[in-house]
Write a protein that binds this ligand. Structure first.
Ligand SMILES: [Zn+2]
Length: 94
């Protein structure tokens, strides 16, 4: 991974959430809950051996371990997949 200059913080919008969900579906991203810890993960769309930890509190997803989220992007395909699976997607994509 090559170091990149920081990009300006991206904004959430219904269009971006819908685009993120489209990518998640196209890439077959799946949401799983770890039986032992109760933590949530989203499978990687690029690397079938990897998954990203999701931050979920009270059924609400508010963080992800992926690169986009680490760069303060409030939208990513992993969170979109969680919202679509467990509710809340309509609220952000409306
Ligand atoms: Zn993510």
């Amino acid at each position: 991974m090559v170091a990149q200059a920081p990009r300006p913080r991206r904004e959430a919008s219904p269009e971006r959430w819908r685009a993120a969900l489209n990518r998640a579906e196209k890439e077959g991203i799946e949401i799983r809950q770890l039986v032992g810890s109760g933590g949530w993960i989203a499978t990687s769309g690029r690397d079938r051996h990897s998954a990203y930890e999701l931050e979920v509190t009270g059924g609400l997803v508010h963080g992800c371990a992926c690169l986009a989220a680490q760069h303060d992007d409030p939208v990513c395909k992993h969170r979109a997949a969680f919202l679509a699976e467990f509710g809340g997607f309509e609220a952000v994509a409306a």
